[in-house]
Structure formats: structure tokens, C-alpha cells
Design a protein around this ligand. Structure first.
Ligand code: ATP
Ligand code: MG
Length: 473
């Protein structure tokens, strides 16, 4: 790994004790640093918060790097939590109730492309040299108010350039997650990826398969949850080839012959941007929205299915591959299924009830949030008609949802327990007859009266050779 001497960097950026514009560590960070320095251990603020502050963004977590070893950090502070002692990280609970991560200076002893064996290092410079990009290799001394920037990260941030610390190909091969991190940071800060870094990055795409699916998902999650306009990073996902490699179902939205030169994907990205970051689930849904579209050789063998079902299956497959929790897979797959299948605005009431019954009341609002984002995403060219339709559809569907009409089995005036009371023995026909009753009630809610449903149930069961028997009690 290439290292540069720090002396020039230190001199270059030493600001005579004056504050660097926009840089001020929180009081608690200064307290942590001061406590360690008074105990004789050099301590710096490092990484993301320094970068974010320099870029004029409200910083994320302030992390500290120190010469003190973890055991020493734990002795010095009253309230600490061992976070990753083997990696030198101790959580220090400050007086403001915030936990700050304090990590001993480290260097990489061995790297595998997916993780590193680290050892404690003697100097801040060794610690900064193992960091991925110049903009992430900045250190700020919260007491002396000095920026230490041996790799010119501040200038890169200013000139809007992303490049690795040291030789790009080497740095990516040490940890292929950096390929994804580069795209995320470039997107989030609007940086251009410097030529050598870009060439090494695209060459490394094919090796990202050795990363754990969880880390790959967490990276995409950070793109979707942590930036105002995720489209920047996502467009770089497409341009770098990582989309084709890790998410071929989504890359089809760029490359499919019917996708009109990536217009489908561009539409998805605008929709993602039109949703606020706190609605991360809906951003996922928006990103996955067109996934059921291309019928072509997706390799999924689902060509004959309706687009909604394809969206459901492909979403489930993609998220399962990323080891997403079952509950989340189910929720997002349902959402993408129905996003592709809005009811017709002119449909009759019974059709709307059936649609809402299948979709579930609770999914109505999220669906409309995504559809509204789609409409906003296409403005000003989007048609006002679409907006009017959407509003009319919302008014009608919300009316149905709020009217209290029965929409699900639990709303029926007859239950399985009633059937038992009527003398029937439980079995698969219970589910079938209840589905039949719900169907009747969706057609005409007035039919939801116990006596009527009993009569209907007896007739339906009788026609299938089931009669009350084994009457109990
Ligand atoms: P954010 O928290 O917004 O994702 P960050 O820069 O704080 O951004 P973290 O993952 O929290 O990112 O890591 C903190 C710092 O640790 C980074 O700024 C970088 O200096 C270093 N770092 C993190 N991951 C790596 C990596 N894979 N390779 C090299 N350095 C890394
Ligand atoms: Mg961070």
C-alpha cells in the first residue's frame, strides 16, 4: 500500500489554531478528546463526520481515533461499552447521553477482499492510510482545531472528485465493498470518480460476488435511506456494471430492447427521488417497481405470468437472495405486485371492493404514496389526466376503505366457529365456503347477515356433499 508522508499535509492544512470554515465538533466530542489527551493519548475526530462537516452537511456519527488501546480507554472513562475490542473499538458514553465510538489507531495486516485482519498502529497516519477514499481519510483535532489531511481529501471534496487513498486496483482488491461505497459517496456528494479509480472500480465489479449478501444489501439500503437523491448513486450502479452483476432483474430496465434506452429505469430513479428518505420502504418499492415489466429472457421462466405476479416473484427472489427478513420480503413483494395493478378509475364499486380486499386496507396509503411520487416524477411532462385519475381513484378507494364494508374474512358475519356450531366438521372446505361467502359479500355487502350467510353456507356445502354430522354438545 502506498503511503505519503504526513508532514507536508500537516503544514499545508494547519490553520494557526483558527477554525476551519464550518468545522466544529460537538462539545461532547471535545470532552472525550480532552479526557484522552489529558491522560496522554493523542486523539482525533475521523471519517464521515469530518467529511460531512467540511461538505457543509449536518454530520452523522462523530468517530474518534486514538493512540490509547481499548483497555486504556475503558479505564479512563466511567461509562464505556466494549463494541469490538479485537478491532479496538470502545463506545464511550458522553455526558450528553450520546455514545461515541473510540477506536485505537489501526493498520491492516492482511486483507482478503472481504475483510481485514488489523493490528494497532502507532500513528494517525497509518490509520488514515488504510481508509478507502481521500474524502474519508480526513482527521480533525477537536481541541487544537487542526485539520490533518495527508491525502488532500478536502481539496478533492472541494473539486468534487472521488479517488482512493493509494493505488485504486490494490485498494479495491483489499475490500470489494469499496466498489459499492465509491458509488454511494460519489452519488451522495455529486462527485466525479477520478479516471484511474473508475477504471479499477469497473474492473473490480466481477469480484464483488465474494461479499456477503447482507453487506451488499446494507450498501443499497444506505443509498436509499441516507441520501436526498439516491438516483445519483443508482445511475452509477448502472453505469459501472454493478447493476448488471448484482441486480440483473433491474439492469433489464436499462438494457431490455423494449426499455427504450433505459427510460424505464430512469423513471424508477425519478420516482425514488420523489419519495422522502424516511420512507425507505417505499423507495425500495419504487426502485423495484418495473421489475415485472420485461417479459424477455429474464431466466426466471415467468414470462407467461401477468406483470404483477412477475413483479411479486422477482422482488421476492431478489430480496431473498440479499437475505432480507421474510416479513420484509413479503411486504415489499406484495407492494410491487399491486403497484403494477391499479384498478381502473371507472370500475364499479364491487370491483373496487374486490381489489381492496385482495390488496388489504393497510396497503392503500403506501401504494398511493408511490403512485403520487411517480406522477410527480414525470412532471412537468406527465399528463394532468394521470394526476386527476389518481386523485379520483384515491377518493373512491378511501371511501370504500372508510365505509366499513366487509373486505376480509374477519369482517364476515359468519365464522368457522359458527360452522362448527351448525354441526359441520372442520376441514379444507371451511376455508372454501368462507371464501365463497366473502365473494358474495364483496359483490353485495348487504348480504353480510348471519342468517343469510348460514343459508348460503348450507346450500354451498350441501351441493358438495357435506352435511352437518357429528353434532357436538
Ligand atoms: P456513512 O456513515 O455516512 O456511511 P462514513 O464515512 O462514516 O459514512 P462508515 O462506514 O461509518 O462510513 O466508516 C467510517 C470511516 O471508516 C470511513 O469514513 C472510512 O474512513 C473508514 N472505512 C469504513 N469502511 C471502510 C472500508 N471498507 N475500507 C476502508 N475504510 C473504511
Ligand atoms: Mg459513519
Amino acid at each position: 500500500m502506498q503511503r505519503r508522508s504526513n508532514a507536508t499535509g500537516l503544514l499545508l492544512h494547519y490553520t494557526n489554531g483558527g477554525p476551519v470554515k464550518g468545522l466544529q465538533a460537538p462539545a461532547a466530542v471535545r470532552w472525550v478528546a480532552q479526557t484522552l489527551e489529558e491522560a496522554g493519548f493523542e486523539t482525533w475526530a475521523v471519517g464521515g463526520a469530518v467529511r460531512d462537516s467540511l461538505a457543509g452537511r449536518a454530520g452523522g456519527d462523530w468517530d474518534l481515533a486514538t493512540r490509547a488501546h481499548p483497555g486504556e480507554v475503558r479505564r479512563i472513562f466511567r461509562r464505556t461499552v466494549p463494541i469490538r475490542m479485537d478491532h479496538g473499538t470502545v463506545g464511550v458514553l458522553a455526558r450528553d447521553g450520546t455514545m461515541y465510538e473510540v477506536t485505537t489507531f489501526r493498520r491492516d495486516v492482511e486483507t482478503t477482499g472481504r475483510h481485514a485482519v488489523v493490528a494497532f498502529a502507532e500513528s494517525l497516519d497509518e490509520d488514515l492510510a488504510r481508509r478507502d477514499f481521500t474524502i474519508n481519510a480526513l482527521a480533525w483535532h477537536p481541541l487544537r482545531e487542526v485539520l490533518h489531511d495527508p491525502f488532500d481529501g478536502a481539496a478533492d471534496l472541494e473539486r468534487k472528485i472521488l479517488r482512493t487513498v493509494g493505488r485504486p486496483a490494490e485498494r479495491f482488491s483489499e475490500d470489494y465493498l469499496r466498489v459499492l461505497r465509491a458509488l454511494r459517496f460519489a452519488g451522495a456528494f455529486g462527485l466525479e470518480i477520478e479516471g484511474d479509480t473508475w477504471r479499477a472500480l469497473t474492473a473490480a465489479v466481477g469480484r464483488t460476488g465474494i461479499l456477503s449478501p447482507e453487506r451488499i444489501r446494507e450498501e443499497l439500503e444506505k443509498v436509499l435511506a441516507g441520501s436526498v437523491r439516491p438516483s445519483g448513486a443508482l445511475a452509477l450502479y448502472a453505469a459501472s456494471g454493478i447493476l448488471a452483476f448484482l441486480y440483473p432483474e433491474l439492469d433489464a430496465l436499462v438494457t431490455h430492447p423494449r426499455a427504450e434506452n433505459g427510460r424505464w429505469f430512469a423513471h424508477s430513479l425519478r420516482t425514488v427521488d420523489a419519495l422522502p428518505a424516511i420512507r425507505t420502504e417505499l423507495r425500495w418499492a419504487a426502485l423495484l417497481e418495473g421489475i415485472g415489466e420485461p417479459e424477455g429472457p429474464s431466466g426466471a421462466g415467468d414470462g407467461g405470468l401477468p406483470a404483477g405476479d412477475r413483479a411479486f416473484l422477482r422482488t421476492a427472489a431478489l430480496l431473498t437472495r440479499l437475505r432480507t427478513s421474510n416479513a420484509r420480503v413479503a411486504a415489499l413483494a406484495e407492494l410491487t405486485r399491486w403497484m403494477a395493478r391499479p384498478p381502473d378509475v371507472g370500475a364499479d364499486d364491487a370491483t373496487l371492493r374486490r381489489w381492496l380486499s385482495a390488496v388489504g386496507r393497510e396497503r392503500l396509503r403506501p401504494l398511493f404514496r408511490v403512485w403520487c411520487a411517480e406522477v410527480r416524477a414525470d412532471e412537468p411532462e406527465g399528463s394532468p389526466r394521470t394526476r386527476r385519475h389518481l386523485r379520483a381513484l384515491w377518493t373512491r378507494l378511501r371511501g370504500v376503505a372508510r365505509s366499513g364494508v366487509p373486505l376480509g374474512l374477519s369482517d364476515l358475519a359468519l365464522t368457522g366457529r359458527d360452522l362448527i356450531r351448525m354441526g359441520y366438521t372442520p376441514g379444507p372446505h371451511f376455508g372454501e365456503v368462507l371464501d365463497h361467502l366473502l365473494d358474495q359479500v364483496l359483490e353485495d355487502p348487504v348480504r353480510n347477515r348471519t342468517a343469510d350467510l348460514q343459508g348460503e353456507a348450507v346450500a354451498w356445502l350441501e351441493a358438495r356433499g357435506k352435511s352437518p354430522g357429528g353434532r357436538r354438545g
